[in-house]
Design a protein around this ligand. Structure first.
Ligand SMILES: Cc1cc2nc3c(=O)[nH]c(=O)nc-3n(C[C@H](O)[C@H](O)[C@H](O)COP(=O)(O)OP(=O)(O)OC[C@H]3O[C@@H](n4cnc5c(N)ncnc54)[C@H](O)[C@@H]3O)c2cc1C
Length: 344
């Protein structure tokens, strides 16, 4: 077997690493950071990625580590909420602090070589896979996109996942390990925000028409879990041929409102396993393997990404948001439709 190098130890890189090790492929993975560590993420994992975690043996380990299954959902536009509805299928809510560390342990357990604190700066030659996450995009159509997340205590939730929408923001809340609730928001602004470092909690609870301040009067944030990212590429990148074999957000990023980015990252890695194993065992050369993986992504993601882009546009439209929270009878089938088109 020829050796494989993976650059980036997020969900995509680690999933790929574990799956390749199961096939006996020698793998070295470079991760710039350390485990465990907090990341900006809604920490709501839904879609086919859940089943892949089961097959990797990580799902049960996640539950044992305190992950929650989310079964119900409620949407809010300002103060007005929908009814609580059942999700078409349960999702897994687990901190990235825990999940990435579980995957890293599983990778090492399978005999993978994990080099943390190792920022790779070599080229993407034959046998090297890029799993470095999203590309930075400072502005999209005049908007700057910012993600903020922190864990909190003393938050009473009405549903397992609550999504609070405002004019230029939405904030998702879900229970993760222990009594913690992950509070994660995506904000768009045309101005730079000079006070974000000091005022991040105000942004999470009450910016842009998100109405969480009244709902969470006793909230206590864990400041050590705070993460902020800017330059989010909320407009999906096209799956163009860059000449680099990529997986996860490095290929394309689905708008976060779908709660499907983690799954897409895991799925893209899973899909690539067969061709990379074929390359490692000498059945196929590198370029055709890369092209097969790219065509596979295009077939299974293009439609999902198009629907996701519409969904993202919809939630930032006051008209669509107003209709959504008032359309009680059609809300459950609408939700099933939204889940279906972004996940299948
Ligand atoms: C605000 C927000 C909320 C979100 N909420 C959700 C949600 O609720 N549900 C969901 O499913 N998805 C959500 N997502 C999306 C999800 O977080 C991503 O899709 C997912 O993390 C992608 O995984 P990845 O492995 O491709 O990249 P990442 O998880 O970003 O991992 C990339 C890794 O590569 C490493 N790296 C980068 N460059 C180098 C280098 N040169 N050398 C070595 N290492 C390197 C980084 O340190 C990092 O660990 C959200 C995203 C945002 C921005």
């Amino acid at each position: 077997m020829k050796p494989i190098t993976i650059v980036g130890g997020g969900l995509a890189g680690l999933t790929l690493g574990i799956a390749l090790r199961r096939e006996g492929v020698p793998v070295t993975l470079h991760e710039a950071g350390q485990y465990p560590r907090h990341r900006v993420c809604g920490e709501f994992l839904s879609g086919r990625g859940v089943e892949i975690l089961r097959q990797l043996g990580v799902y049960e380990a996640a539950l044992a580590a305190g992950a929650r299954e989310a079964k119900t959902l409620k949407f809010f536009s300002g103060d007005t909420g929908t009814q609580i509805v059942d999700m078409p299928e349960p999702a897994l809510c687990i901190s990235r602090y825990r999940l990435d560390a579980l995957l890293a342990d599983a990778f090492i357990g399978r005999g993978g070589v994990l080099q943390t604190g190792s920022r790779y700066s070599g080229g993407y030659a034959e046998g090297v896979i890029q799993a470095t996450g999203r590309q930075v995009q400072t502005e999209v159509a005049g908007w700057r996109w910012i993600g903020i997340k922190a864990h909190a205590l003393n938050v009473a939730l009405e549903a397992d996942l609550e999504m609070h929408f405002g004019e230029n923001a939405y904030v998702g809340l879900c229970r993760v390990e222990g009594k913690r609730v992950n509070v994660c928001g995506l904000f768009r602004t045309k101005e730079a925000i000079p006070d974000l470092k000091k005022e991040w909690d105000k942004w999470l609870l009450g910016a842009c028409g998100v109405a969480l301040t009244k709902k969470c009067p006793n909230i206590i944030f864990d400041k050590d879990s705070l993460c902020v990212v800017a330059g989010l590429p909320v407009k999906s990148f096209q799956n163009s041929d860059t000449g680099v074999f990529s997986v996860g957000d490095a290929v394309t990023m689905i708008p976060p409102v779908t709660g499907n980015g983690m799954s897409l990252a895991i799925e893209s890695a899973w899909k690539a396993v067969g061709v990379i194993q074929g390359y490692a065992s000498g059945q196929i050369s590198w370029k055709p393997a890369q092209e097969l993986a790219r065509q596979g992504y295009a077939r299974s993601y293009d439609r999902r990404l198009r629907w996701a882009a519409w969904l993202q546009r919809g939630v930032f439209s006051p008209l669509v948001r107003g209709l959504l929270v008032r359309s009680r009878p059609v809300w459950p089938p609408l939700l099933r439709f939204g889940f279906g088109v972004t996940r299948n």
